[in-house]
Write a protein that binds this ligand. Structure first.
Ligand code: ATP
Ligand code: MG
Length: 629
């Protein structure tokens, strides 16, 4: 692991030299004068004085160098369509939208909210904003009116770009009524709305406010729109966190640092180069979608696959079918998606030729060892767990095969990514902890390029939220609980909020979940700590059985429960044993697929569930309510 360690150490100890060299991966219209200005901690500004543009680097540069190469491949299993765009075509589409936005009066620093399904127009609009220096704020398509209204009021967009409808698992979800409702609720309604009409759901136009995307495009196709050369620290976008732990936070991203970070990650973390094909199954509404559907692959001259559909329709082999068809080199998905596949026939994993695939990257939630092993063996490919946040913009912990092929340890996202000075601290004393001890995972500032600059419109909340929680340390708290093992491998054990304290023993929810998941009949599970008069807290588990398992009687249920308890006893000891194991068919999750443990915990303790605006499936919560009575 020498090469990796050397590179990582250099990225921290010789930070300026390291990043100055990496910055050459992108085009600077005006060179920067300083690599980083960290004189006002915890804020940092990367590549001070440099002027660049995300769209130029992601599109124009390649449209000149490799105009005929594929840039964007769209597959929709929802509407049974596919489309592909070369870099030259992408540039034309982006300029048409950019000209349309300019016509609507959008300029540098103005916000454009994008509330769209997974269609190419969403990508064009993001890049068009970047081109003219407008700040985009993509809100997950299909979010309820209240969630959308909150984000409108926070970002205050001049223009909203949307579509008539999205489609999920064959069900049409009209967006326009949600959008109109959200605008009616907001204090800062946009001046204009641009609508893509997919002909999926008829909608009402508001005269004087609503515009037609196709008409705007037609008017401007062929236009040349000059690139706005932004100062490196000028914002590129606002993106809200998933809201797993409470009210979502509006992360503000810069321009130059983000471009350099993503281009660097494409090489070191993903081992990709121009001409490769990248398929990320996230949604453009999440950070993974921003960084690895849109900007990362395009900044590196690759082809990116945009997929509208689920991993199980028309069947559980669809991802592998797309990999085969598009000769995908790197697939990036989430543990949640793989756990869904785990409930399907394993034969689906070997139906297609996936020889083009080099590795599968997974992020978003802890990747339990049984799931990692299952998918890695099923595909015969390395599975790379990578840990990060909306805030970080790119992976914080990951194997970095582009630097060195280090052995993988399933259950661990390997090591700190170059540029991230990550450490473990004791939450209550602030003391830095040695290997083997559990604590809160934190990053020593300055945060590397690509990480958030601040929270939108609220520098104070940025400082208070992230830099004030660990005593005596001015470090960035991830609010995740973790440890480093004796070999230097990192483990994320759950959120600090979710740590369970049983009679003085502190356990990450993940530790117990991992043990339960290793049972052969369990597809996924969630563990929460609930108040207990005697022990302080006890663990309670909610488990989803694999499809093949049915519980028909109380005797069967309690046998299953006992078996799981016994397994936890054996693996972790009796302190970790859940007081109850409930069997449900779904867990309450955010729309980005994260288990809402705080909501489960509230229900178990008889409290109100709190902010559930980002929740995917209310029926899953109802099951929990019914289970605990
Ligand atoms: P909020 O901050 O609003 O509560 P959130 O933290 O879920 O929402 P995201 O930024 O989408 O919002 O998610 C980041 C979090 O996801 C991390 O802090 C961590 O808890 C979890 N996570 C992401 N990747 C991994 C991973 N590979 N292993 C373990 N946990 C992960
Ligand atoms: Mg978070």
């Amino acid at each position: 692991m020498n090469q990796y360690h050397r590179a990582h150490r250099q990225s921290i100890n010789e930070r300026d030299e390291f990043w100055a060299a990496e910055a050459a991966r992108i085009h600077w219209e005006t060179p920067f004068t300083d690599v980083v200005d960290a004189s006002r901690p915890p804020f940092s500004q990367w590549f001070v004085g440099g002027r660049t543009n995300l769209c130029f680097n992601a599109v124009d540069r390649w449209a000149k160098k490799q105009p005929e190469h594929t840039a964007l491949i769209w597959h929709s299993t929802e509407v049974e369509r596919e489309n592909r765009y070369s870099y030259a075509e992408l540039l034309a589409e982006v300029q048409a939208v950019a000209a349309g936005l300019v016509e609507l009066g959008v300029g540098r620093g103005d916000r454009v909210l994008i509330y769209m399904p997974m269609i190419p127009e969403a990508v064009f609009t993001m890049l068009a904003c970047a081109r003219i220096g407008a700040v985009h704020s993509v809100v997950f398509g299909g979010f309820a009116a209240v969630s959308l209204a909150n984000r409108i009021d926070d970002a205050r967009p001049d223009v909203i770009v949307s579509a008539d409808a999205g489609s999920r698992a064959g069900k049409i979800l009209p967006y326009k009524p949600l959008l109109d409702d959200a605008i009616a609720r907001s204090q800062h309604p946009p001046r204009a709305v641009v609508m893509v009409d997919r002909q999926l759901a008829a909608f009402q136009k508001v005269a004087g406010r609503d515009h037609d995307y196709a008409a705007l495009r037609a008017r401007h196709l062929g236009a040349e729109v000059p690139v706005a050369w932004l100062e490196s620290s000028e914002p590129s976008y606002i993106l809200y966190t998933s809201g797993t732990t409470g009210k979502p936070k509006g992360v503000q991203r810069d321009t130059g640092g983000y471009a350099v970070a993503l281009a660097t990650s494409m090489d070191y973390v993903f081992q990709c180069k121009a001409g490769d094909t990248f398929f990320c199954t996230s949604d453009i509404g999440w950070v993974v979608g921003h960084s690895y559907i849109v900007y990362g692959p395009l900044l590196s001259g690759m082809a990116t696959v945009l997929y509208e559909g689920t991993p199980v329709r028309p069947d559980g082999a669809i991802l592998w079918k797309l990999v085969e068809q598009e000769r995908v080199n790197v697939l990036f998905s989430s543990p949640t998606a793989i756990r869904v596949l785990k409930k399907q026939d394993p034969a689906l994993l070997s139906r297609h030729d996936v020889s083009s695939l080099r590795a599968l990257y997974l992020a978003g939630e802890p990747l339990d060892e049984p799931t990692a092993t299952w998918i890695s063996q099923g595909l015969g490919k390395p599975v790379i767990d990578n840990y990060w946040q909306t805030e970080s913009g790119w992976p914080i912990l990951s194997a970095q095969p582009g630097i060195e092929q280090t052995p993988l340890k399933f259950g661990s996202p390997s090591f700190p990514v170059i540029g991230f000075d990550v450490r473990v601290f004791n939450e209550s004393t602030g003391e830095e902890l040695p290997a083997g001890e559990k604590g809160v995972v934190a990053i020593v500032p300055p945060l590397p390029p690509g990480a958030l600059s601040t929270l939108w419109g609220d520098d104070q909340r940025f400082v208070d939220t992230y830099f004030s929680s660990i005593p005596n340390q001015q470090v960035y708290s991830t609010f995740d609980w973790g440890l480093v093992d004796k070999d230097g491998y990192w483990f994320i054990l759950g959120r600090t909020d979710d740590v369970i304290n049983v009679a003085g023993h502190r356990l990450g929810t993940r530790e117990i979940e991992e043990s339960i998941s290793s049972h052969s009949n369990i597809a996924e599970c969630a563990v929460v700590g609930i108040a207990d008069a005697l022990k302080g807290q006890v663990a309670v588990a909610f488990a989803v059985l694999k499809n093949t398992t049915v519980i028909e009687s109380e005797a069967q249920r309690s046998a299953h429960e006992a078996e799981i308890m016994r397994q936890v006893d054996q693996q972790l000891g009796a302190v970790a044993r859940p007081a109850r194991v409930y069997f449900v068919t779904a867990l309450p999750k955010t729309r980005s697929g994260k288990v809402l443990r705080r909501v489960i915990q509230a229900v178990c303790e008889g409290r109100a569930p709190g902010d559930v605006t980002t929740m995917e499936d209310p029926a899953a919560l109802a099951q929990i309510q019914a289970a605990v009575g």
